[in-house]
Design a protein around this ligand. Sequence first.
Ligand code: COA
Length: 310
Amino acid sequence: MRTGVITGLGSALPEQVLTNKDLELSANTNDEWIVDRTGIRERRIGGMTSTLSVEAGRKALDQSGIDPAEIDLLVLATTTPDQMVPATASVVQHQLGLNCGAFDVNAACSGFTYGLVAAQGMVTIGVNNILVIGCDSLSRITDYTERNTAILFADGAGAAVLQVQEADTPAMLGWDLGSDGAAAGILYAEIGGKLVMEGREVFRRAVRVMVDSARKTMEMAGVTADEVALVVPHQANIRIIESAMNKLDLPMEKAALNLARVGNTSSASIPMALDEAVADGRVKPGDLVLLVGFGAGMTWASAMLRWDGA
Ligand code: COA
């Protein structure tokens, strides 16, 4: 069968560091509270979605060693496009020198996993090589005087090259995509406005949808929790991750974590954490890797990958 295997990963962050101490100057908050209630110590801000996407995309292409001329499709997951029109994917495609179709996906923090699952489907209908990028520049829609959201959101990009392989078993063993628009009002930004969030309600639902989605994906994959080598959760709040991991009977040592340094980067969160885990040698060929996230919408998404597709 045709299956898509990740052959390269890349990440990008803007240079400006915004620490919890910095936030004490603009919002009524403090470092100790933020670390205790979220696990975040600092974050990066000041990026543009196209610029960060190009940097992460180029690194993923370099790591995979693929000739950019062989990329057949670009999927850019973002909830913060640079412009209303055109899609940021077209701008990124041009700047990367790609000659292929390109489109944006907006599923907020679930975006990268949505994009990866869609790309995997495209491989089965004949597309050979796909660049999937998750990127957000949330600092552009965050009010830094509003402590509820200012402490969480940040900018970043993560990218993956998906290449076709002929194999006996699929490299994506299971997946789940979901949405509940009835909860659209608990996390949103009007066009031209800033993010508004009901934090406690998002927290409560986040744990539930992460657990449900991960279970569905494990069931589709025919995999039990103890067989999973690495979980790459959306980096929203360490307490959400701990609670979901606990309910799934997965020890925290199996979680890929980078939120202390980068905060919640929405669509970039999962691919950046995956890139770091792979660079740190935490994933071996044949390992089962579970991606699981949730976001505004509400949306949620998960996928079970067999690393290297072997
Ligand atoms: N700094 C300092 N104190 C704060 C604070 C802040 N940023 N935010 C709230 N507080 C205070 C409150 O006033 C309250 O004080 P009180 O007990 O004296 O009344 C106390 O801390 C608890 O407030 P609460 O709103 O219950 O905090 P919380 O534990 O729910 O944490 C969030 C707030 C936003 C960190 C948390 O709800 C959260 O992470 N939610 C999920 C958000 C998320 O993941 N969004 C992205 C989705 S992709």
